[in-house]
Design a protein around this ligand. Sequence first.
Ligand code: TEU
Ligand code: CA
Length: 540
Amino acid sequence: MDNKWWKQAVIYQVYPRSFQDTNGDGIGDIPGIISRLDYLEDLGIDAIWLSPVYCSPQADNGYDISDYRDIDPIFGSLADMDRLIAEAKKHHIRIIMDLVLNHSSDEHFWFREALKGKENPYHDYYIWRDGVEGCPPNDLTSGFGGSLWEWVPELGQYYMHQFSKKQPDLNWENPKLRQELYDMINWWIDRGIEGFRLDVIDHIGKVPDDKVLVNGPHLHELIRELSASTFGKAGLVSVGEAWSATPETALLYSNPDGSELSMVFQFEHICLDQQPDGTKWDLMPLPLLKLKEVMNKWQTRLHEKGWNSLFWDNHDLPRIVSRWGNDSDEYRALSAKMLATLLHGMEGTPYIYQGEELGMTNTPFPSIDDYDDVETLNAYHVLKAKGWSEEKLMQAVHAKSRDNARTPMHWDDSAQAGFTTGTPWLPVNPNYTEINAASQVNDKDSVFSYYKQLIRLRKEIPVIVDGAFCLLLPDDEEVFAYHRKNDEQTLTVLCNFYGNERTIDASALIPEGSRLLLSNYTDAEDANVLRPYEARMYLK
Ligand code: TEU
Ligand code: CA
């Protein structure tokens, strides 16, 4: 086992818009993050992955950047950012920034210049095709609905955008563009940034004429150049977002030689509750046996040859306790802890998305007009045009809208959950009076305290960091169980994924001489029974 700090670390994602507002404008800001560093240090996390705070028209909440070298005034200033880096350091927390390198905002200086004419030096920073209005170069569609191509009458050309039309794709074939991006990243490294999360990194090598959007032929070459010019050279942590990742490609991305990235976010597990040939909106119950198979595959294939990221939630995904747990009053905390145990016992770097450590739930809004997210709004209209009923549409939106994760953080039971003194940009979930940080931090049985213990155990028990994963009971429809083993230790994780009480053969699963490390039930156990959502961790 090498001593890379991020192999024993737990990383916490902050979605700045929704974390903590300090000036009453209803939008979270950098001073707000600084004011909550004590809370994060208490939780025990090692680093913050900060979703984008760069200048942006906010068409996609900051994933549309108009100036990579400045902070959007809604979040604060560069001085605030420098202060965040310095203050976080005092709390032993590193700052990982989000890099959106596949596309910029259409309001970026480069794109405004590019629009001036085909001869403009910045024109080639983007991807253009000549054409006639109404006949796009091909039928590829954007990730947020509609054509991939947007017509610009003044130029007689289309530009490519894999996301909204306010997010034109950058042309990674242009070496000058690449160098500008590398210089920008190094400028942030010089300011004290200690790692990067790379947005849709599997898209940068696109070849639209061949209808190739992810995994282009030069993708890994480009990533190696990027890494060697920036974070790799500086020895910093990097995590790529790669919806297309398979264990095969993940072994390239996270090659221990460090030539590409430290690790990638893969999404195979997170797409299991959608129809096999459908989109995220085509709902399906989670097939638990499939989840076991997929986790087992990733755990075993990357062991000693790559490195996993472990996550249930992020700013694009619904809240896990509502999704795969049970968010009723009776089982919310139990099932949140069970899901946490299952994930945090595995090999890889765990990521916690703000509020997950409190067991925050989905927030269904009554009407589509209450939603803010560009993906949700576009999908609603596209599916409506395809004939989906209002009922089916709202069911899908309630289950999967990205706004589920984006409602403000619950700090306490005062107005607006202590998030803002003004009107929040997105409504607070009314259950904040029940679920909030103030009521959990000093309660040893809270979801928060449980996460805190999981984080501490990872630091104390080597087998949690380096043990080989071994799936138990692969055909059990309700119990998710596994071992982690190294030469000295065996960790046993037993999770009842559902609300039925289950009998198990404890002596066959738990090595003799093991001791109970952690459980989400406080009263005495009968080792052969797993109560609803019961989770236990043993160590030998
Ligand atoms: O997400 C990548 C991506 O593919 C998403 O569109 C994803 O499919 C969707 O959110 C699932 O609901 C990244 C960012 O995480 C996301 O917030 C951005 O909107 C997107 O890139 C564009 O930058
Ligand atoms: Ca604010």
